[in-house]
Design a protein around this ligand. Structure first.
Ligand code: G1P
Ligand code: ZN
Length: 545
């Protein structure tokens, strides 16, 4: 085995964001760009040498190219064994599952999640640690520091490894197992959910579903689990073949981008009773009923209230966590169950310690993410199975389950307004001014609604005691309404401002308003407090979810 010492020079823009390093494909195609970042990971992931690495990605353009490079660099590092998905495919939750199941030292996930793919699209790389979850900020900061002074990397000079069939091969002494990407993950799902009961939903002939894999990684998972193991109806999986460019679409499971699915669910009495979609790498989910949308914050709350009905969660929740901008619907459930509810910064990595320390069972984010202690990533297919199992147990529709939940706990109207590709300095100034004016907002009244608190969210991790700051400006009102402002940490073009707005309504007669109408007054307050029109010079948000 011939190890080459390659000369390189550092790039200055390899700071990982909310979820790994995400850039345009063109950026990754610069000479040694990927290699530099991988070497920086390897320099800090001390446990990899002599141990097992899990490797795979969402199948987007550059995936297999990157896998070949990482395999050759892993061999040069002295990794003992790599498990890689056939055709280079592994969903993010499947990687988390494999790391835990096989006691791997870590995993490398190649994905830019819900961002578009193809040569003009985005690519990304993320390192997960031995607990199966995203590396914490201490690690990603260290990787960034290394990348700034990196002048050399090591790679084995050898042929590409065939990834198109399941087999074992070697680079030098390093064993490479090309495996079925679905098997281990599907087995874990069978352990958590009552597959027989879900199957009986479909075999009754009275229930149909439609899952949109959006030409991304969940296709093979959905076909194996929904079609083969659960005998779901014909047409239960659409767009199920992963494509390098996601069929030219935007693999983001929301009402805008999963339009084909939404149209099917809204197509009248013959429409499927249940709809769902997942994103590029399979960690997100959107849940729909017939002509009915469940926002992700409500979905988390409903899961928390009902978890004890499902086999994997019979013992109930030990606690719950949600990210700051996620609506407080789940807080109401935690209150009624008498368990802790943690509010964390945005990003799955903040749930890791709480899960490892057995403080929480379920956790989620408004951005179409939910998960549990079964792995250390959010999990799209898991969320779909959770809902299917719930429907099978309750024998109620998605809409009935959701409305009964609102009746019991109150409804949190919720929306997120995104302003994309803003100039960085404009976005930074907007946030800084909000930060500065925050204290003076407290005590002020807007449309009879008093501001109880306005601050820049900071989080002290109760497990390792780390303090992290500047996670978003939150404005809390007396009637439990809330507005949160923050800048995205995953964008690849300028800055993205996210404004999150919620309103709590207990009065049943007010549970039927269109969301944007119910929130109109608060949206007006948010826009005026941040002076959106003048600063951004736009007519409205680019995306509303
Ligand atoms: C976005 C979501 C966040 C999620 C992340 C990775 O991050 O808002 O909840 O964890 O993608 O999927 P953001 O762009 O807001 O930093
Ligand atoms: Zn994702």
């Amino acid at each position: 085995m011939k190890i080459l010492n390659k000369k390189t020079s550092p790039y200055r823009n390899q700071r990982p964001g909310t979820s790994g390093l995400r850039k345009k494909v063109k950026v990754f195609q610069q000479e040694h760009y990927l290699e530099n970042f991988v070497q920086s990971i390897f320099a800090n992931a001390k446990g990899l040498k002599g141990h097992l690495l899990i490797l795979g990605g969402d199948g987007r353009y550059y995936n297999t190219h990157a896998i070949q490079i990482i395999l050759k660099m892993s061999a040069a590092l002295g990794v003992k064994r790599v498990i890689v998905g056939e055709d280079g495919l592994l969903s993010t939750p499947a990687i988390s599952c494999l790391i835990r199941k096989h006691h791997a030292a870590g995993g490398i996930i190649l994905s830019a999640s819900h961002n578009p793919g193809g040569p003009e699209g985005d690519f990304g790389i993320k390192f997960n640690i031995a607990n199966g979850g995203p590396a914490p900020t201490g690690f990603t900061d260290a990787v960034y520091e290394t990348s700034k002074t990196l002048y050399e990397y090591q790679i084995v000079d050898c042929d590409n490894v065939p990834l198109d069939k399941q087999q074992t091969c070697y680079i030098g002494d390093m064993q490479i197992d090309v495996i079925d990407p679905v098997g281990d993950y599907a087995q874990l799902m069978e352990h958590l959910f009552d597959f027989e009961k879900i199957k009986s939903l479909f075999t009754s002939g009275l229930f149909t579903m439609c899952f949109d894999a959006m030409h991304a990684v969940t296709g093979p998972y959905a076909i194996e689990i929904f079609n083969k193991r659960l005998s779901a109806n014909v047409g239960a999986v659409i767009n199920g073949i992963p494509r390098e460019d996601f069929g030219g679409g935007h693999p983001d499971p929301n009402l805008t981008h999963a339009r084909e699915l939404v149209e099917r669910l809204n197509s009248g009495p013959g429409a499927p009773g249940f709809g769902a979609a997942s994103d590029g790498d399979g960690d997100r989910n959107m849940i729909l009923g017939r002509n009915f949308y469940v926002n992700a914050s409500d979905s988390l709350a409903i899961m928390a209230a009902n978890a004890h009905l499902l086999p994997g969660y019979r013992q109930g929740n030990c606690g719950i966590a949600r990210s700051l901008p996620t609506s407080r619907a789940v807080d109401k459930v935690a209150d009624s169950l008498g368990i802790d509810c943690y509010e964390t910064p945005t990003g799955w990595k903040y749930f890791g310690n709480l899960l490892d320390d057995s403080r929480i069972t379920l956790c989620g984010e408004e951005s179409f993410g939910s998960g549990s202690d079964h792995i250390r990533e959010k999990d799209g297919i898991w969320a779909v199975l959770f809902w299917l199992n719930l429907i099978a147990v309750k024998q109620q529709s998605v809409e009935e389950i959701t409305r009964l939940h609102w009746k019991r706990f109150g409804r949190h109207y919720y929306t997120r307004h995104d302003y994309n590709a803003i100039e960085n300095n404009v976005a930074e100034a907007l946030m800084q001014d909000l930060r500065d004016s925050g204290p003076s907002l407290t005590g002020q009244t807007y449309s009879k609604n008093k501001v109880l608190l306005c601050d820049d969210f900071c989080y002290r991790d109760p497990v390792d005691n780390n303090l992290s700051k500047n996670h978003g400006i939150r404005i809390l009102f007396e009637d439990e309404s809330r507005i949160v402002f923050r800048l995205s940490g995953t964008g690849t073009e300028g800055a993205t401002l996210r404004i999150y707005i919620e309103r709590f309504v207990t009065d049943l007669s007010l549970h039927d308003m269109p969301t944007q109408t119910a929130l109109a007054e608060l949206i007006g307050i948010a826009n005026s407090v941040a002076d959106i029109k003048n600063r951004l010079n736009r007519d409205g948000p680019d995306v509303i979810t």
